[in-house]
Design a protein around this ligand. Sequence first.
Ligand code: PGA
Length: 256
Amino acid sequence: MDIAKPFPKLIVANWKMNPATYAEAKDLLAAVLEGTKKARGAEVVICPPFVWLTDFSHKTRSVSFGAQDVFWETQGAYTGEISPAMLTSSRVTHAIVGHSERRRYLGETDAMTNRKVRAALTAGLTAILCVGEPARDEDDVARVLEGQVSAALAGVPKQYLERLVVAYEPVWAIGTGVADTPDDALSAAISIRKTVRARFDKKTAERLRVLYGGSVTAANVAPFLREAGIAGALVGGASLRAAEFIEIVRQAGAVG
Ligand code: PGA
């Protein structure tokens, strides 16, 4: 399948539940903004914890901001949840959905992920859908991805797919320091596109942006970024180290 290259490389910072304080978060953001000023050519999305998200999104124009999660209802009695419209009306453009840590620690199911993807896309957000096999010895990665992608995209109208990004994040590679190989990540991206092609069509599959995530560092990101079939990276731990994250963005700009 030919992969069109209509977009610059996308680098998403997933800060998770970090750093520990507002003061540290402000310093981290300031350092990242300063360092990425000159790094042109890549698209940068920062996903801080909710508690600081809109403070940052209202004050900053030079990067985009994303939520680490989103709920499926518009408003109402859902204690602790945040709706897609709350995000879009607060200058937040992206939302990570179905991250494996939420699946593992918060009991998120494929059905919940599906509702979140639909709600996020319907509201105009770019949904960053996370999928990936749990164990390294999984012998049928394609089948696992097919199941997760199909479930997450059930009932999603085709025209919304242009705002979908899929992050391939093998669970065994997240936070372990052991990244996948670029070749295997590319095979996974091809499997994901095959599923999208089967459910939608060839053009939609070709245009789909697939990121790699899982122990991405400034030292290992380049070969992932050089693959035309990998649209960028979802960066966890390394996004908390400003200098390293800036270097990842710089490399993405140089390739893009
Ligand atoms: P990591 O996390 O870069 O720390 O492995 C990636 C993620 O969970 O999105």
